[in-house]
Design a protein around this ligand. Structure first.
Ligand code: ADP
Length: 395
């Protein structure tokens, strides 16, 4: 029987022992006339099968017992007289039937419990999505409303001046209006980027670039702000800084920009932002360290999730580089999406959040140091250009 039944089923090493136990208990049940003797082994079997096979093969033990019934009948037919066979079957069939009932009930109960716990998880996830959706709507509405109010204000001033015939020089007002428009465009772009990242639609355009070039360009961009906020930019010359690697420079710069802008936003005036790095095997690691308010341990993974900081909707004040000026909470998820699309990653280290002691934060950005473009024609083109100009092209 053990040979027949082990076939086609997962053969457990102790299967024979288990069968022996089964038949011992079966004997006890027949002798005492109480099928409940079978309970321990039936429940053990049902439990081990439902725990491991819930997803693919439920009802294994019911199947096993059905096979046992068929085999018992076969053995009875082949080896016993008619009367013996009848006696045997009269004795064992009620116990097998009882066994089937117990196992089926247990398997069903376990399945129902499994489904309920799955449903509970889905419901919790939906509640979280729902919460972040409504928080997103309120932040997005606020983020959009601020520049719209700005634009409205300038438009109405222009209107007044034009009415009064004093519209000789509207340059200042136009600049203000443009700031509002730029802000709106940036929010729109961020939203599009997030949805592209979510749907794996981010297309990368690989070109050779040096980390130092990207950092220098970004420092130029933020110079006016860092001067105004009296922040020191400490740009280190690290190993790998000048290595030519294939990246989508616009996207990597966007990721770096988001991290550096946050460093500016969350560091009080007079602080320092240090950009350093090193080479690791297959990667260049860039670190952006600030002397700002820091990030609590709970928030350190949350902030890379979309709208991760939405818990504090009330804090939103819409400022790109203003101290603690909130944003739509998309900067870090976008940075992570860009780096992951490149095969890199991003994480943060911080001793915690404290606005008095300013423990600071360090963002680690891992950029794969690809020495070839995914498109071989691109590598060929730049190799020839590089060699033609006798530039340092790292192999
Ligand atoms: P946003 O800046 O639009 O709020 P981000 O995704 O860029 O969204 O950042 C998410 C959150 O992470 C921020 O709201 C802030 O709470 C926290 N954070 C990010 N960078 C820093 C930093 N350098 N120091 C302290 N907190 C930070």
């Amino acid at each position: 029987m053990s040979q027949e039944m082990a076939r086609g089923m997962e053969v457990r090493t102790d299967f024979e022992q288990q069968l022996e136990r089964f038949f011992d208990l079966l004997e006890q049940s027949i002798t005492t006339g109480d099928p409940a003797w079978m309970d321990p082994i039936l429940l053990d079997w049902a439990k081990s099968s439902t725990e491991t096979d819930l997803e693919d093969e439920p009802y294994q033990i019911s199947f096993l017992i059905n096979r046992m019934i068929a085999l018992t009948i076969q053995v009875a037919r082949e080896t016993l007289t008619k009367q013996q066979a009848l006696d045997l079957l009269a004795a064992v069939i009620p116990i097998y039937t009882y066994g089937l009932e117990v196992v089926a009930r247990y398997e069903m109960e376990t399945r129902v419990a499994h489904i309920s716990s799955e449903m509970e998880k889905v419901q919790k996830r939906m509640e979280r999505v729902d919460k972040s959706k409504s928080a997103f709507i309120s932040v997005a509405a606020h983020e959009l409303k601020t520049p719209i109010t700005l634009i409205e204000g300038y438009a109405s001033m222009m209107d007044d001046l034009t009415q009064e015939g004093k519209a000789t020089n509207l340059d200042g007002l136009l600049v203000g209006m443009n700031t509002g428009i730029e802000r709106l465009r940036a929010i729109g772009d961020d939203m599009i980027d997030v949805s592209m990242i979510d749907n794996n639609l981010l297309q990368l355009n690989f070109q050779p670039m040096q980390v130092s070039q990207m950092v220098d360009a970004l420092c130029l961009e933020i110079e006016a702000t860092t001067n105004a906020r009296k922040l020191t930019m400490d740009i280190r010359d690290f190993d790998g800084n000048k290595q030519w690697i294939y990246v989508d420079a616009t996207r990597i710069m966007q990721a770096l920009r988001n991290v550096i802008n946050n460093a500016i936003k969350y560091t009080p005036d007079g602080g320092t932002i240090t950009i350093d790095g090193r080479t690791l095997s297959g990667f260049i690691e860039v670190t952006v360290r600030d002397t700002g308010i820091g990030i609590s341990h709970e928030d350190q993974s949350e902030i890379f999730e979309k709208f991760g900081q939405l818990g504090r909707v009330d804090l939103h004040s819409s400022g790109k580089t203003k101290f603690k000026g909130g944003g739509p909470g998309l900067g870090l998820p976008i940075a992570r999406g860009i780096l992951e699309a490149h095969g890199g990653s991003i994480w943060v280290e911080s001793k915690g959040h404290d606005e008095r002691t300013n423990p600071g934060s360090t963002f680690h950005i891992l950029i794969p140091s690809r020495t070839e473009s995914p498109d071989p024609r691109m590598t060929e083109l730049f190799d020839t250009l590089g060699k033609g100009k006798d530039e340092e092209v790292v192999e």
